[in-house]
Design a protein around this ligand. Sequence first.
Ligand SMILES: Cc1ncc(C[n+]2csc(CCOP(=O)(O)OP(=O)(O)O)c2C)c(N)n1
Ligand SMILES: [Mg+2]
Length: 336
Amino acid sequence: MSVTAPQLQSPRERRASLQASRSERYARMVEIRLMEERVLALFGEGLIPGTTHTSQGQEAVCVGIAAATRPTDTVACTYRGHGMALSLGVTREAVLGEILGRQIGCMGGLGGSMHLSDPRVGLLPTFAIVGAGIPIGAGAALTAQVLGNDDVAVSVFGDGASNIGAFHEGLNLASIWKLPVVFVCENNQYGEYTRIDRTTPVADIAVRAASYGIPGEVVDGQDIDAVEETVGRVVARARRGDGPTLVEAKTYRYAGHSRSDKATYRPAGELDQWLERDPITLFGEKLVAEGALDRARLEEIKAQAASDLERTLEVVLASPPPTEQQMMAPPTATGR
Ligand SMILES: Cc1ncc(C[n+]2csc(CCOP(=O)(O)OP(=O)(O)O)c2C)c(N)n1
Ligand SMILES: [Mg+2]
Protein backbone atom coordinates (compact mmCIF):
# COMPACT_ATOMS: atom_id res chain seq x y z
CA MET A 1 0.00 0.00 0.00
CA SER A 2 1.46 3.34 -0.92
CA VAL A 3 1.17 6.17 1.55
CA THR A 4 0.81 9.62 0.07
CA ALA A 5 2.09 12.57 2.03
CA PRO A 6 -0.51 15.23 2.80
CA GLN A 7 -0.57 17.76 -0.01
CA LEU A 8 1.01 20.94 1.30
CA GLN A 9 -0.35 24.21 0.00
CA SER A 10 2.05 26.29 -2.08
CA PRO A 11 2.76 29.89 -0.97
CA ARG A 12 0.48 31.21 -3.72
CA GLU A 13 -2.32 28.86 -2.63
CA ARG A 14 -1.88 29.89 1.00
CA ARG A 15 -2.14 33.52 -0.04
CA ALA A 16 -5.20 32.93 -2.21
CA SER A 17 -7.03 31.03 0.53
CA LEU A 18 -6.34 33.82 2.99
CA GLN A 19 -7.72 36.41 0.61
CA ALA A 20 -10.78 34.33 -0.18
CA SER A 21 -12.03 33.61 3.31
CA ARG A 22 -12.44 35.44 6.60
CA SER A 23 -12.14 32.22 8.57
CA GLU A 24 -8.76 31.60 6.86
CA ARG A 25 -7.69 35.03 8.06
CA TYR A 26 -8.67 34.08 11.57
CA ALA A 27 -6.79 30.78 11.19
CA ARG A 28 -3.69 32.60 9.90
CA MET A 29 -3.72 34.95 12.88
CA VAL A 30 -3.89 31.94 15.21
CA GLU A 31 -1.09 30.23 13.25
CA ILE A 32 1.13 33.28 13.71
CA ARG A 33 0.36 33.60 17.42
CA LEU A 34 1.17 29.94 18.11
CA MET A 35 4.33 29.97 16.03
CA GLU A 36 5.62 33.12 17.71
CA GLU A 37 4.99 31.67 21.16
CA ARG A 38 6.80 28.49 20.14
CA VAL A 39 9.69 30.49 18.68
CA LEU A 40 10.33 32.12 22.06
CA ALA A 41 10.29 28.68 23.71
CA LEU A 42 12.65 27.28 21.06
CA PHE A 43 15.01 30.19 21.63
CA GLY A 44 15.03 29.29 25.32
CA GLU A 45 15.96 25.73 24.35
CA GLY A 46 18.98 27.01 22.42
CA LEU A 47 17.60 25.92 19.05
CA ILE A 48 17.58 29.35 17.41
CA PRO A 49 20.91 30.85 16.40
CA GLY A 50 21.44 34.61 16.74
CA THR A 51 18.41 36.49 17.96
CA THR A 52 14.70 36.66 17.19
CA HIS A 53 11.90 39.23 17.41
CA THR A 54 8.31 38.10 17.75
CA SER A 55 5.04 39.86 16.99
CA GLN A 56 2.33 38.45 19.27
CA GLY A 57 -0.43 41.07 19.46
CA GLN A 58 0.31 42.52 16.02
CA GLU A 59 -1.33 39.79 13.91
CA ALA A 60 -4.16 41.93 12.56
CA VAL A 61 -1.72 44.27 10.86
CA CYS A 62 0.21 41.70 8.82
CA VAL A 63 -2.81 39.53 7.95
CA GLY A 64 -4.79 42.66 7.02
CA ILE A 65 -2.02 43.83 4.70
CA ALA A 66 -1.79 40.41 3.04
CA ALA A 67 -5.57 40.33 2.53
CA ALA A 68 -5.48 43.79 0.94
CA THR A 69 -2.70 43.13 -1.58
CA ARG A 70 -1.94 40.61 -4.30
CA PRO A 71 1.08 38.32 -4.74
CA THR A 72 2.63 40.44 -7.51
CA ASP A 73 2.75 43.41 -5.13
CA THR A 74 5.91 43.60 -3.07
CA VAL A 75 6.27 43.90 0.69
CA ALA A 76 9.38 45.11 2.51
CA CYS A 77 9.35 44.56 6.25
CA THR A 78 11.53 44.26 9.29
CA TYR A 79 13.30 41.75 11.51
CA ARG A 80 9.89 41.40 13.27
CA GLY A 81 8.69 39.73 10.09
CA HIS A 82 7.66 36.14 10.87
CA GLY A 83 3.97 37.12 10.88
CA MET A 84 4.24 39.09 7.65
CA ALA A 85 5.92 36.14 5.91
CA LEU A 86 3.26 33.68 7.09
CA SER A 87 0.51 36.14 6.13
CA LEU A 88 1.80 36.56 2.60
CA GLY A 89 1.74 32.79 2.18
CA VAL A 90 5.29 31.65 2.90
CA THR A 91 4.87 28.14 4.28
CA ARG A 92 5.23 27.30 7.96
CA GLU A 93 8.12 24.97 7.09
CA ALA A 94 9.96 27.71 5.18
CA VAL A 95 9.48 30.29 7.95
CA LEU A 96 10.20 28.11 10.98
CA GLY A 97 12.98 26.32 9.08
CA GLU A 98 14.65 29.65 8.39
CA ILE A 99 14.28 30.80 11.99
CA LEU A 100 15.96 27.57 13.13
CA GLY A 101 18.69 27.87 10.48
CA ARG A 102 17.75 24.70 8.55
CA GLN A 103 18.05 23.89 4.85
CA ILE A 104 14.27 23.73 4.53
CA GLY A 105 14.09 27.44 5.41
CA CYS A 106 13.12 30.01 2.78
CA MET A 107 16.74 31.16 2.53
CA GLY A 108 18.17 27.68 2.92
CA GLY A 109 18.86 28.42 6.59
CA LEU A 110 21.49 31.00 5.73
CA GLY A 111 19.53 34.09 6.73
CA GLY A 112 17.82 33.22 9.98
CA SER A 113 14.94 34.91 11.79
CA MET A 114 15.65 38.41 10.52
CA HIS A 115 16.13 37.52 6.85
CA LEU A 116 13.05 35.93 5.34
CA SER A 117 12.08 36.23 1.69
CA ASP A 118 9.92 34.63 -0.97
CA PRO A 119 9.60 36.37 -4.33
CA ARG A 120 6.65 34.11 -5.31
CA VAL A 121 4.44 36.04 -2.91
CA GLY A 122 6.22 39.38 -3.09
CA LEU A 123 8.12 39.19 0.18
CA LEU A 124 11.31 41.16 -0.32
CA PRO A 125 14.09 40.19 2.08
CA THR A 126 13.20 41.38 5.58
CA PHE A 127 15.58 43.95 7.04
CA ALA A 128 17.55 44.00 10.29
CA ILE A 129 18.58 47.62 9.79
CA VAL A 130 15.90 49.90 11.21
CA GLY A 131 14.24 51.87 8.40
CA ALA A 132 16.12 50.07 5.60
CA GLY A 133 12.94 48.72 4.04
CA ILE A 134 11.48 52.19 3.53
CA PRO A 135 13.63 53.41 0.61
CA ILE A 136 13.73 49.83 -0.70
CA GLY A 137 9.93 49.80 -0.76
CA ALA A 138 10.07 53.08 -2.65
CA GLY A 139 12.57 51.45 -5.03
CA ALA A 140 10.26 48.48 -5.61
CA ALA A 141 7.49 50.96 -6.39
CA LEU A 142 9.77 52.76 -8.83
CA THR A 143 10.35 49.40 -10.56
CA ALA A 144 6.59 48.95 -10.98
CA GLN A 145 6.25 52.52 -12.24
CA VAL A 146 9.06 52.10 -14.80
CA LEU A 147 7.75 48.71 -15.96
CA GLY A 148 4.30 50.23 -16.31
CA ASN A 149 2.48 47.42 -14.52
CA ASP A 150 0.05 48.36 -11.78
CA ASP A 151 1.81 46.59 -8.93
CA VAL A 152 2.16 48.35 -5.62
CA ALA A 153 4.87 48.15 -2.97
CA VAL A 154 4.11 48.11 0.73
CA SER A 155 6.81 49.08 3.18
CA VAL A 156 6.18 47.96 6.77
CA PHE A 157 8.27 49.39 9.60
CA GLY A 158 8.06 50.34 13.26
CA ASP A 159 7.37 53.56 15.12
CA GLY A 160 11.07 53.88 15.97
CA ALA A 161 11.92 53.74 12.27
CA SER A 162 9.91 56.91 11.69
CA ASN A 163 12.73 58.79 13.46
CA ILE A 164 15.34 57.45 11.03
CA GLY A 165 16.63 59.49 8.10
CA ALA A 166 15.61 56.80 5.61
CA PHE A 167 11.94 57.34 6.58
CA HIS A 168 12.08 61.01 5.61
CA GLU A 169 14.11 60.40 2.44
CA GLY A 170 11.86 57.53 1.40
CA LEU A 171 8.60 59.43 1.88
CA ASN A 172 9.97 62.54 0.21
CA LEU A 173 11.15 60.67 -2.87
CA ALA A 174 7.97 58.63 -3.09
CA SER A 175 5.88 61.78 -2.97
CA ILE A 176 7.84 63.78 -5.50
CA TRP A 177 7.90 60.85 -7.96
CA LYS A 178 4.31 59.81 -7.09
CA LEU A 179 5.44 56.25 -6.54
CA PRO A 180 2.90 53.42 -6.06
CA VAL A 181 3.91 52.67 -2.47
CA VAL A 182 2.07 52.41 0.83
CA PHE A 183 4.06 53.03 3.99
CA VAL A 184 2.64 51.13 6.95
CA CYS A 185 4.01 52.10 10.35
CA GLU A 186 3.33 49.44 12.97
CA ASN A 187 3.20 51.65 16.02
CA ASN A 188 3.62 49.09 18.78
CA GLN A 189 4.42 51.84 21.30
CA TYR A 190 8.06 50.85 21.84
CA GLY A 191 11.38 51.09 20.03
CA GLU A 192 13.54 48.49 21.73
CA TYR A 193 13.21 49.28 25.45
CA THR A 194 11.97 52.85 25.16
CA ARG A 195 8.38 54.06 25.05
CA ILE A 196 7.44 56.12 22.06
CA ASP A 197 6.60 59.26 24.06
CA ARG A 198 10.25 59.46 25.17
CA THR A 199 11.59 59.42 21.62
CA THR A 200 8.92 60.88 19.38
CA PRO A 201 7.42 64.37 19.77
CA VAL A 202 4.13 63.66 17.94
CA ALA A 203 1.26 61.53 19.23
CA ASP A 204 0.36 60.28 15.76
CA ILE A 205 3.15 59.34 13.38
CA ALA A 206 0.60 59.68 10.57
CA VAL A 207 0.85 63.50 10.85
CA ARG A 208 4.35 63.27 9.42
CA ALA A 209 2.80 62.53 6.03
CA ALA A 210 1.83 66.21 5.76
CA SER A 211 5.52 67.17 5.52
CA TYR A 212 5.70 65.26 2.27
CA GLY A 213 2.35 66.30 0.85
CA ILE A 214 0.84 62.82 1.04
CA PRO A 215 -2.20 61.52 2.95
CA GLY A 216 -1.64 60.09 6.43
CA GLU A 217 -4.15 57.87 8.20
CA VAL A 218 -4.36 56.29 11.62
CA VAL A 219 -5.96 52.86 11.81
CA ASP A 220 -6.83 50.56 14.72
CA GLY A 221 -4.16 47.90 14.35
CA GLN A 222 -6.12 45.48 16.56
CA ASP A 223 -9.00 45.36 14.08
CA ILE A 224 -8.16 43.28 11.02
CA ASP A 225 -11.15 44.56 9.05
CA ALA A 226 -10.12 48.16 9.66
CA VAL A 227 -6.55 47.38 8.55
CA GLU A 228 -7.72 45.58 5.44
CA GLU A 229 -10.16 48.34 4.50
CA THR A 230 -7.64 51.15 5.00
CA VAL A 231 -4.70 49.42 3.34
CA GLY A 232 -6.95 48.16 0.51
CA ARG A 233 -8.23 51.67 -0.16
CA VAL A 234 -4.79 53.31 -0.26
CA VAL A 235 -3.30 50.41 -2.25
CA ALA A 236 -6.06 51.02 -4.83
CA ARG A 237 -5.15 54.70 -4.82
CA ALA A 238 -1.48 53.85 -5.47
CA ARG A 239 -2.49 51.38 -8.22
CA ARG A 240 -4.47 54.11 -9.95
CA GLY A 241 -1.30 56.23 -10.09
CA ASP A 242 -2.36 58.67 -7.36
CA GLY A 243 0.77 58.15 -5.28
CA PRO A 244 1.84 57.08 -1.81
CA THR A 245 0.08 57.10 1.57
CA LEU A 246 1.37 56.75 5.12
CA VAL A 247 -0.77 54.47 7.32
CA GLU A 248 -0.12 54.25 11.04
CA ALA A 249 -1.51 51.11 12.68
CA LYS A 250 -1.76 51.47 16.47
CA THR A 251 -0.85 48.14 18.00
CA TYR A 252 1.17 46.52 20.76
CA ARG A 253 3.75 43.78 21.05
CA TYR A 254 2.95 41.44 23.90
CA ALA A 255 6.46 40.02 24.23
CA GLY A 256 9.64 41.98 24.83
CA HIS A 257 11.68 43.54 22.05
CA SER A 258 13.60 40.38 21.27
CA ARG A 259 14.29 36.82 22.47
CA SER A 260 14.57 36.81 26.28
CA ASP A 261 13.60 40.46 26.97
CA LYS A 262 11.00 40.32 29.76
CA ALA A 263 9.91 43.94 29.11
CA THR A 264 10.11 44.95 32.76
CA TYR A 265 10.32 48.60 31.62
CA ARG A 266 6.60 48.61 30.82
CA PRO A 267 4.23 50.28 33.28
CA ALA A 268 2.13 47.89 35.37
CA GLY A 269 -1.23 47.14 33.78
CA GLU A 270 -0.32 48.33 30.27
CA LEU A 271 -0.07 44.83 28.77
CA ASP A 272 -3.37 43.83 30.42
CA GLN A 273 -5.12 46.83 28.87
CA TRP A 274 -3.97 45.82 25.41
CA LEU A 275 -4.85 42.17 26.02
CA GLU A 276 -8.44 43.31 26.49
CA ARG A 277 -8.40 44.26 22.82
CA ASP A 278 -6.57 41.21 21.58
CA PRO A 279 -6.86 41.14 17.77
CA ILE A 280 -7.57 37.40 17.57
CA THR A 281 -10.24 37.51 20.27
CA LEU A 282 -11.86 40.58 18.70
CA PHE A 283 -11.99 39.00 15.26
CA GLY A 284 -13.21 35.66 16.61
CA GLU A 285 -16.04 37.38 18.51
CA LYS A 286 -16.98 39.31 15.39
CA LEU A 287 -17.10 36.15 13.27
CA VAL A 288 -19.34 34.51 15.88
CA ALA A 289 -21.59 37.61 16.08
CA GLU A 290 -21.91 37.60 12.29
CA GLY A 291 -22.85 33.93 12.37
CA ALA A 292 -19.89 33.11 10.11
CA LEU A 293 -18.39 30.67 12.65
CA ASP A 294 -19.49 29.25 15.96
CA ARG A 295 -17.38 28.99 19.10
CA ALA A 296 -16.76 25.28 18.61
CA ARG A 297 -15.29 26.03 15.18
CA LEU A 298 -12.99 28.69 16.66
CA GLU A 299 -11.67 26.04 19.06
CA GLU A 300 -11.25 23.54 16.20
CA ILE A 301 -9.21 26.11 14.27
CA LYS A 302 -6.95 26.61 17.28
CA ALA A 303 -6.51 22.85 17.76
CA GLN A 304 -5.75 22.39 14.05
CA ALA A 305 -3.16 25.20 14.18
CA ALA A 306 -1.52 23.60 17.21
CA SER A 307 -1.26 20.20 15.54
CA ASP A 308 -0.05 21.74 12.26
CA LEU A 309 2.67 23.53 14.21
CA GLU A 310 3.79 20.28 15.86
CA ARG A 311 4.01 18.59 12.47
CA THR A 312 5.89 21.57 11.04
CA LEU A 313 8.39 21.46 13.87
CA GLU A 314 9.01 17.75 13.29
CA VAL A 315 9.68 18.38 9.60
CA VAL A 316 11.95 21.33 10.37
CA LEU A 317 13.96 19.48 13.00
CA ALA A 318 14.55 16.67 10.51
CA SER A 319 16.12 19.16 8.09
CA PRO A 320 19.87 19.69 8.48
CA PRO A 321 21.58 23.06 8.84
CA PRO A 322 23.26 24.36 5.68
CA THR A 323 26.59 22.82 4.76
CA GLU A 324 29.78 24.82 4.65
CA GLN A 325 29.70 24.53 0.86
CA GLN A 326 26.17 26.02 0.78
CA MET A 327 27.29 28.85 3.03
CA MET A 328 30.17 29.73 0.71
CA ALA A 329 28.25 29.35 -2.56
CA PRO A 330 27.61 32.59 -4.42
CA PRO A 331 24.02 33.81 -4.06
CA THR A 332 21.60 32.95 -6.83
CA ALA A 333 18.72 34.96 -8.22
CA THR A 334 16.29 33.25 -5.86
CA GLY A 335 18.49 33.89 -2.83
CA ARG A 336 19.14 30.17 -2.36
C1 LIG B 1 19.88 51.77 11.87
C2 LIG B 1 19.68 50.96 13.13
N1 LIG B 1 19.77 51.59 14.33
C3 LIG B 1 19.58 50.88 15.48
C4 LIG B 1 19.31 49.54 15.41
C5 LIG B 1 19.06 48.74 16.71
N2 LIG B 1 17.63 48.48 16.83
C6 LIG B 1 17.12 47.28 16.47
S1 LIG B 1 15.47 47.24 16.65
C7 LIG B 1 15.41 48.82 17.21
C8 LIG B 1 14.09 49.43 17.60
C9 LIG B 1 13.21 49.76 16.44
O1 LIG B 1 11.91 50.05 16.92
P1 LIG B 1 10.67 50.13 15.96
O2 LIG B 1 11.06 50.78 14.69
O3 LIG B 1 9.58 50.76 16.73
O4 LIG B 1 10.33 48.62 15.60
P2 LIG B 1 9.85 47.43 16.56
O5 LIG B 1 11.09 46.71 17.00
O6 LIG B 1 9.07 48.01 17.68
O7 LIG B 1 9.01 46.55 15.69
C10 LIG B 1 16.67 49.36 17.26
C11 LIG B 1 16.96 50.73 17.71
C12 LIG B 1 19.24 48.92 14.15
N3 LIG B 1 18.99 47.62 14.01
N4 LIG B 1 19.40 49.66 13.02
MG1 LIG C 1 8.07 49.83 17.77
